[in-house]
Each structure stands twice: as structure tokens, then as C-alpha cells.
Design a protein around this ligand. Sequence first.
Ligand SMILES: *Cc1c(COP(=O)(O)O)cnc(C)c1O
Length: 378
Amino acid sequence: MSGSTASIMTDQNKVINFGAGPAKLPHEVIKNVQKELLAYGNTQISILELSHRSNDFNNVINNAQATLRDILNVPENYRILFMQGGGTGIFAAVPLNILKTGTADYLVTGSWSAKAAKEAVKYGKVNMVLPKTTKYTEIPDPSTWNLDPNASYVYYCDNETVHGIEFDFIPETNGVPLVADMSSNFLSKPVDVSKFAVIFAGAQKNIGPAGVTLVIVRDDLLGHPMDICPTVLNFTVMANDNSLHNTPPVFQIYFVGLVFEWIKRNGGVEGMQNLAKKKSSKVYDIIDNSGDFYTCPIKRDARSKMNVPFRINNGDEQLEKEFLSGAAARGMLQLKGHRSVGGIRGSLYNAVTEKEAEALADYMKWFCNEHANNLENK
Ligand SMILES: *Cc1c(COP(=O)(O)O)cnc(C)c1O
């Protein structure tokens, strides 16, 4: 019995992981990690046992930064930090480090930016740029935004993982520093880093295992943390000590470095973007051509290329259950929508292949044909 479990775990063709996070990682990278897990490089010890003060680890962290700088075109005046506390930790770190005038603008377009705004309220005044809503289905037109010209920063979430809402433009802030949560679409497309003050991303959606959060911060924003800012969330301390102030998540940094190299070998962020467009349109096309059997609640221009949420037959929970169990029987896993929105969510992160997205689209098509007729005959 343990033999059959092992064969499923080693044969990636048997299951497809559409989970929202922790999510699918490049199989090639996991194999590589497995191969060198017992002895890293020439050290004869595991990366799990390696001192963060060693030269070997210094190379790991510097190489990871250099590769990221290369693939994302990160300008020289930006620092790359490896932090802990997850995306949620950075929700607090942002105001603790850069909320200088006491007011910050928050664009709340889904549950993750809502959580970030709620956290920031603990440390200063938050100006809600958009009208309050509980039904997130769009990005309101920028002409309607209530931006405060005196705000310390404008905060937004580039891809709302739960609702499936993604920006396809960079918000114009008229010179106010811009902060972006890119946890769930980091390195899925080219980004003009020079337009941002801070970009951050928890690793577990698109670039690695949970436990490390990437922060890219423009260096003029350093040096003004609040007195109460915890040392581990202090961007200035982390930048000065090259993320080695205390013990960093050694294994996770090593892993994300390998993922950065994998992206570089696979067409870079442009390659990831092309792939994301192809994969997501396969699924959206099925939704749009299903005669409303499938519906995506998100306005077209805000549809996410990473997380595709949809309902079946107007939110028919029985049918959605059937869809999920049929998917699982075909090896398609973790497709259940977030508990706060229900329905189905297919996450199509960088490591999900075009073929895998096609398998989901094919199954959706089959399921629709099978059931749409039944519904009509009822
Ligand atoms: C998952 C997620 C977070 C929270 O990350 P944690 O590491 O669980 O704290 C924040 N923002 C976005 C967009 C996410 O998808």
C-alpha cells in the first residue's frame, strides 16, 4: 500500500495540483532539491543544516538576489529582502516602516487588501480609496478613486487570490509611493519595478515553499521606521544586514533561488506571462462559451490570469460538489473555491503547465455537455 502512495507522489502525471497556495512548484526544481538534499554542493551537509553565517549560504542568498534582479530587471536603487511572517507579516511591516505622515491610501479590491487595510489601522490613519463593498467583482475606474495627495503611500493588491481579481495596469499615484502585494502573481509577468516603492510577495503561491516573503524596497524609503517597529519586520535593519540580522529561512531562500533560475531557463517573466495568458484563456473560453452553465463573477478587464473562480449553474452547490469529485477522480486536485466565496477556483501558477490547464478545460467542457442537456430536459 505504501508502494502505491509513493508511485502517485513521484509520478507528476497522475495528479494535477490546482491549489491556491501552498501551490504547485516546478517538478524539476523539487527533483533537484531532492537530489542534493543530503549534501549541499561540496559541503557534505544538508542545506537544512547549513549555518546562515557560512560562505556557502552567503552565496545562496547573493545568487538568489542576483537572479531575481536579472529576471525582473530590479534597478540598483532597490533592495531585495527575504523576510518572515508571511504576506500577513508585511501587512504590518508596511505601515511600521513607511507610514510617515500618518495617513495611507488603501485600494481595497478583495479580501487580501481588506486584511492589509485592517492591519494598517493599528498604526495610523487609513484612507479608503474605494467605496466599501463586500462583493468584490471589479476594479473601479481610476477616475472615481479618492486618493489623498498627502498620503505616505498608496497600497493595493495586484492579484486578489480569493476573488480572482488582477490589475492589468499600474495605479497612477501622482508621485505618492506605491506599495503592491504581489503574493499570488509575482514573476508571472514583467513589472516596471521603478514605478513602485515596495513590492512584496509571500513565496508559497508562485515561487517556493511557505516561510519566506520577498520584499523589494526602494532605498529612499529606508531609515524612517516607527519606534515600535519590531526588529524582524524592520526593512532598514534587514537591508543593512542583507536579511541576515537573525536566522533567516535558509531552506526557503535556497529554494526560491532555484525557482528564479528555473524561470530564467524557461523564457523569463515574459515566458511566464505568455504561458499565463494561454492557460487562463483556455479556462475562461470554456466559461464564456458555456451558455451561462459556468459563470465568472469578475468583470472581464479585471479577470485574474492566476486564479480563475467560477460558479456552476448559478451556484448549484450539489453540481459543484459533483464537479469537484469528478475532478478529483481524474487527478485534478485542490479546485474548491475559497470558503468565503464558494464555487470553484482553478489556480494556474507558473508551475502549472499548458497541458494541465487544458486538462481542466477539457473536463469542464465534458462536464458542461453532460449536465447542461440534463438541466434542459428537466
Ligand atoms: C496568501 C496571500 C497573502 C497572505 O499570505 P500569508 O503568507 O498566508 O500571510 C497575502 N496576500 C495575498 C495576495 C495572498 O494571496
